[in-house]
Design a protein around this ligand. Structure first.
Ligand code: DNO
Ligand code: MN
Length: 350
């Protein structure tokens, strides 16, 4: 297991030099943020990013995310040009030493929350999702969500939602299949492992289809192209927001097949109706047994990358919700501790 940390580039208030000081930190997960979605990331920008990260004593082997243009998910005629650009991005990432690319196939919205700063009894702030509040939102009347309000103009969002009216789960699967059949051979050729991030939360929202929610979806996805380059980012917090998903058994099944390349590790406190908040990483604070998850990774001999996923905002920290330094650093240290314990006392199964 190689521990990594997400970094948003020079504008990120969390400095690379601080990340370097987290014990056991191997590398940085980042992306090119100033190229429009669907366009090619220039190789010199990627080289500069790699050199900056390596200059700080860390590795740059994981990209999160190469965004998937909506026209690819919608199956529009423009997708062929956009897929060719995505293929070029895979090649360019490989050229600078990237090994894993995280991406997702969620229509319109990536992660969805109803609250960006829910205060917990200990005084910290966290991201939360209220299932009832989301059920009450009528997409026809406009969707206002914290974290997404600035992403689309109201009329853009309306047009996009109208486009998705003709896309149900099966047509989204068909569009994914078309995409995977085009990109996975390129990834294989240049030695990149593609790692699909599951839907967050793992349920349809606002009438939009979501297809990467549970064990059967993951199995269908990896079978579309039978290649280790067609793999997963197993996000414990995203999948764990559905209490029916058993994360250790998903790690055993898909990790055992060599299809998990990237683990997002975080904990969530979940109610039966799917309402949840992001807790500390520790098992005692959330609904997930993090020790069991870590042990499952160890049992399958996991050699890929991990990162602590979102953290709470603590110790007076401000900045991008979920992506402060302190709680993610505590998460990394806790996860490294669990890993050391299972490595010493529960040797990997052959
Ligand atoms: C949530 C986060 C996601 C993730 C993207 C990856 O759990 O990890 O926002 O960054 O979905 O494409
Ligand atoms: Mn995640």
């Amino acid at each position: 297991m190689k521990m990594t940390f997400r970094w948003y580039g020079e504008s990120d208030p969390v400095k690379l030099e601080y990340i370097r000081q987290i014990p056991g930190m191997y590398g940085i997960v980042s992306a090119i943020y100033d190229v429009p979605v669907g366009e090619v990331w220039p190789i010199d920008k990627l080289q500069a990013l790699r050199d900056r990260i390596e200059g700080a004593g860390l590795k740059f082997e994981v990209v999160e995310s190469v965004p998937t243009h909506e026209d690819i998910k919608l199956g529009k005629p423009s997708r062929d040009r956009l897929i060719a650009n995505f293929q070029q991005n895979i090649r360019n990432c490989a050229a600078v030493g990237v090994k894993v690319i995280c991406y997702n196939f969620m229509p319109v919205f990536d992660w969805t929350r109803t609250e960006m700063a829910k205060q917990l009894p200990d005084g910290s702030f966290t991201l939360a999702f209220d299932a009832e509040a989301v059920a009450k939102i009528d997409p026809e009347k406009g969707i206002s969500l914290p974290g997404w309000d600035a992403s689309y103009k109201p009329e853009e969002l309306k047009a996009l939602l109208a486009d998705y009216k003709s896309v149900d789960e099966e047509s989204l699967w068909a569009n994914l299949e078309y995409f995977l059949k085009a990109i996975i051979p390129v990834a294989e050729e240049v030695g990149i492992k593609m790692a699909m991030h599951p839907d967050d939360p793992p349920r349809p929202i606002f009438g939009l289809p979501r297809i990467v929610k549970n064990r059967d979806d993951l199995a269908r996805l990896v079978n579309i192209v039978d290649s280790t380059s067609n793999g997963l980012t197993l996000c414990s917090g995203s999948l764990g927001a559905d209490l029916c998903n058993n994360i250790p058994s998903l790690v055993k099944e898909f990790g055992g097949q060599g299809r998990i390349h990237f683990g997002h590790l975080r904990n969530v406190k979940v109610e039966p109706d799917g309402t949840f908040f992001e807790s500390t990483h520790n098992s005692c604070d959330g609904s997930l047994d993090m020790a069991a998850i870590v042990k499952a990774y160890h049992d399958v001999g996991f050699e890929g990358y991990w990162r602590p996923d979102h953290g709470r905002m603590i110790w007076g920290e401000t900045g991008k919700p979920g992506y402060g330094l302190y709680d993610r650093a505590l998460g990394a240290v806790y996860l490294n501790g669990l890993w050391e314990a299972v490595s010493k006392y529960a040797p990997a199964k052959a």
